[in-house]
Design a protein around this ligand. Structure first.
Ligand SMILES: Nc1ncnc2c1ncn2[C@@H]1O[C@H](COP(=O)(O)OP(=O)(O)OP(=O)(O)O)[C@@H](O)[C@H]1O
Ligand SMILES: [Mg+2]
Length: 334
């Protein structure tokens, strides 16, 4: 959980943040399997945060969302666009339209067909939305925005583009988010999304292997991994194969992207998600892909309130990437 404040035009200050681990299996494949456990974690995080703010922006995991780019005539009015979006949604959905929550945003002129705008349509089963809103409400919070994790990452990316040479203009940049169970890859060209892929790979694989090798429970393994308090052969024997697979998976996604024939190279790879904290990951990815790799720290240019430590924040930043994109929605004027 992260709170940002505005500090001048297009400038932000990190007010406070809190990270609370969820028990294993509380959320499985993007579904909330144990609402009480999630409620407890969200409540704990809010108390740790120590804020008076009760309004929150939440995200659905992209695994429970369907999205599609839709071409709409640049001349179409709101009502016409809405009708077209609903018709598209009706075609995509495998269940009744009244069980769905959907939203769309017109992104800009289509690169392919003149006179058309590109809109992005996202939809999810309504209970996926409502169960999350209910959790916020159960701990006294009010959900005012429901985003999608992948799209929130793109919002946070805007803070990073300015750190890249030339502001990312005309460059191809891959944002790689390695979480607990999933890896999301978003590729942007000239700061516009051109490719995305999600595959089942994440830090839980490493946690399980640590538990097995050192005879720990998964909770103990998880804590030891984060603290870095494991026997020497963790670094020499257990970690390297995981880093290798992570790099291999990323390479595979890049090759898939290249096979689309429009693009032959990527200029930068930005790493985020909890696994970005793993020692050696950056090197492994750089060696495998032969690409410039950097950690995704969207706070690098933000001011920090006195209670936020710069060192700790830079370590935690990759894990807060989606949260950052969500918090930034408060200042979104479009
Ligand atoms: N300091 C750390 N060192 C190593 N691994 C870490 C560290 N902090 C978190 N992780 C790992 O990162 C993973 C969690 O990352 P993150 O919070 O991005 O996942 P998530 O978004 O909840 O999961 P998913 O995207 O798969 O649904 C876990 O596997 C955790 O063990
Ligand atoms: Mg994630």
């Amino acid at each position: 959980m992260l709170e940002l404040a505005e500090s001048g035009k297009d400038a932000y200050r990190v007010e406070r943040y809190a990270i609370v681990p969820l028990p294993k299996d509380a959320v499985a494949d993007g579904n909330i399997a144990k609402p009480e456990a999630v409620e407890a974690a969200v409540g704990d995080a809010w108390r740790l945060l120590g804020t008076r703010t009760r309004e929150v922006a939440l995200a659905l995991p992209s695994s429970v969302v369907m999205s599609k780019k839709v071409l709409v005539s640049a001349k179409a009015g709101d009502a016409e666009i809405e009708a077209q979006i609903h018709a598209e949604a009706n075609q995509m959905a495998s269940f009744p339209i009244d069980e769905i929550r959907l939203d769309y945003q017109v992104i800009g002129a289509s690169a392919k067909t003149q006179g058309d705008n590109e809109a992005i349509l996202v939809m999810s089963r309504r209970d996926r939305v409502e169960e999350r809103v209910a959790i916020a409400e159960a701990v006294g919070l009010k959900a005012v925005i429901m985003d999608v994790d992948n799209l929130a990452a793109l919002t946070a990316y805007a803070q990073l583009a300015s750190q890249l040479p030339g502001g990312g203009a005309r460059k191809t940049v891959a944002i790689v988010d390695i979480g607990a169970n999933f890896t999301h890859i978003n590729i942007l060209h000239d700061n516009n999304p051109v490719f995305q892929r999600t595959h089942a790979f994440g830090g839980y694989i490493l946690t399980k292997e640590i538990a097995r090798r050192f005879s720990l429970s998964t909770e103990e393994a998880e804590a030891a991994k984060r603290r870095g308090s494991l026997p020497e052969n963790y670094r020499t024997e257990v970690l390297p194969p995981f880093l290798d697979s992570a790099a291999q998976e990323i390479m595979r996604s890049l090759q898939l992207f290249f096979s689309s024939a429009t693009y032959q190279s990527v200029d930068h790879i930005l790493l985020c998600g909890g696994c970005a904290a793993l020692p050696g990951l950056m090197d492994a990815v750089r060696d495998k892909t032969q690409t410039h790799v950097l950690p995704a720290n969207p706070f690098a240019r933000m001011a920090l309130s006195p209670q936020v430590g710069a060192q700790r924040l830079s370590e935690d930043a990759p894990m807060l990437f989606v949260a950052c994109g969500l918090a930034l929605r408060r200042f979104d004027r479009t």
